[in-house]
Design a binder for this molecule. Sequence first.
Ligand code: AMP
Length: 285
Amino acid sequence: MQVFEKIGPLRDTLAGHRNSGKRIGLVPTMGYLHDGHATLIRRAVEECDVVVCSVFVNPQQFNNTSDLSNYPKSWDKDLKLARGLGCQIMFKPGDDEMYPQEPLVRITTKLITTEMEGVFRPGHFEGVALIVVKLLNIVAPDVAYFGQKDLQQLALVRQLTLDLNIPVKITGIPTQRDASGLALSSRNARLSSTQKAQAANIYKALMAAGQQLEDNSDVSKALGAGLEILAKAEINPEYFNVVNSETFQPMQSVEGSNQVAICTAATIGEVRLIDNIIVQLTHDD
Ligand code: AMP
């Protein structure tokens, strides 16, 4: 396992691997690795010869300073976990290495980032776009792995690589959950066990809404079923939407759609959580 904090030496090492025909995989993370990250790393190890896992808590994508300062860290554990899974390279740059000066470039995106996280976390996706493009330019991987847990982010990354002609394959990995259904997240470390039990209702609400949609294709009934579960659990979501899974625009009707997503965000205690499910629809007509 090699650890790099500087871009130059990382690039030199990767150029050597590339020249000897090795397939390079990248798993970008913000650290505090859990089984969700492990699934991405495992898949990268299966498919690539050299796997780079980056650990960088990107200040540019945090719109809330306390969220940034409270973001959990566990570098020694992260290193052990990634090494155990067969990851060969960790990239852990400092803020100064990634942003030697305040970046002046902003990458904005239409449509897919205008709703939900784009509304409730102003500037978040610009920060994500910037760091993802920087990491893809630094590592120049053949494949990069992202979780469906951040579904809007995954769509943004796919769009970036398409619109900016970045030669990389983007692979999306299904959301990993604990036994209660709660989506694994580094932020869960800040939840008490009672709050975790409460937060498990987020997935229950998504599943209830998904079931309603599958049964009768009625968006308002589906939203009603999900919101009822959240209300009973005393969870007041920032949004709970059925959206087009390509444009991420909320839908009032799913007529003619074969696939939609149901996305939500809610704060439990002081921790903001997001989750989503993808629903496949079959129409009788
Ligand atoms: P983060 O460290 O939270 O920025 O996440 C790094 C990558 O892991 C992102 O592509 C996330 O979508 C993905 N990820 C985070 N949590 C999960 C999860 N529970 N299941 C699958 N992927 C995840």
